[in-house]
Design a binder for this molecule. Structure first.
Ligand code: S3P
Length: 184
């Protein structure tokens, strides 16, 4: 397994926040797939959805993962919430490094993303319902795509980062057949 850590999970689960702290603690590089796409396209994610559509965005996400497969080491990668839903993407992530699912409850997402207008999938009416439906559809997919799942709702960012490091070190000693662990 390559020496990267990949964070997956629903919008607002803390992938970028935890990822930056983790990168600092481990002295790894930090990458955010949404940020890479925005820089490359010189457009915000919202504008990409509006002008090119979600399907086009998903293709660019896959290209971004393929690019990362070429030469990414000692890097913490924060992924867009929909990226692992494509099976091919999910498989690539697993061979790119240690994949950690940051599980988050619907209420936490709603609290954190209140007033947010940067997520095109959560705009308009019935945001609560949208979050609920998306989480219940995606949760099993995130689980299958991860080596480790952490229930983050009542944990500090530091604690989440420490749990990831602890398990990453175990995995490095034991090898890729490390069994999935759960916390909460
Ligand atoms: C999406 C999540 C977003 C971004 C886009 C679509 C999703 O990233 O990629 O708005 O489908 O869950 P974050 O998970 O970083 O918010």
């Amino acid at each position: 397994m390559k020496d990267n850590i990949i964070l997956i999970g629903f919008m607002g689960c803390g992938k970028s926040t935890v990822g930056k702290v983790l990168a600092k603690k481990m002295r790894y590089t930090f990458l955010d797939t949404d940020q890479l796409i925005e820089n490359q396209q010189r457009m915000s994610i919202s504008k990409i959805f509006e002008r090119k559509g979600e399907g086009w965005f998903r293709k660019i996400e896959t290209d971004t993962v393929k690019d990362m497969m070429k030469n990414t080491h000692k890097t913490i990668i924060s992924t867009g919430g929909g990226l692992p839903l494509d099976e091919k993407n999910s498989e690539m992530l697993k061979s790119l490094g240690f994949v950690v699912y940051l599980n988050v409850k619907r209420e936490t997402v709603l609290k954190r993303l209140k007033g947010d207008n940067k997520r095109p999938l959560l705009t308009g009416d019935n945001v609560e319902k949208k979050v609920e439906q998306l989480i219940s559809y995606r949760d099993p997919i995130y689980q299958i795509g991860a080596h480790l799942e952490i229930h983050t709702d009542n944990m500090s960012v530091d604690k989440v980062a420490e749990e990831i490091i602890r398990n990453y070190e175990i995995m490095q000693k034991k090898g890729p057949c490390f069994e999935k662990a759960r916390f909460n």
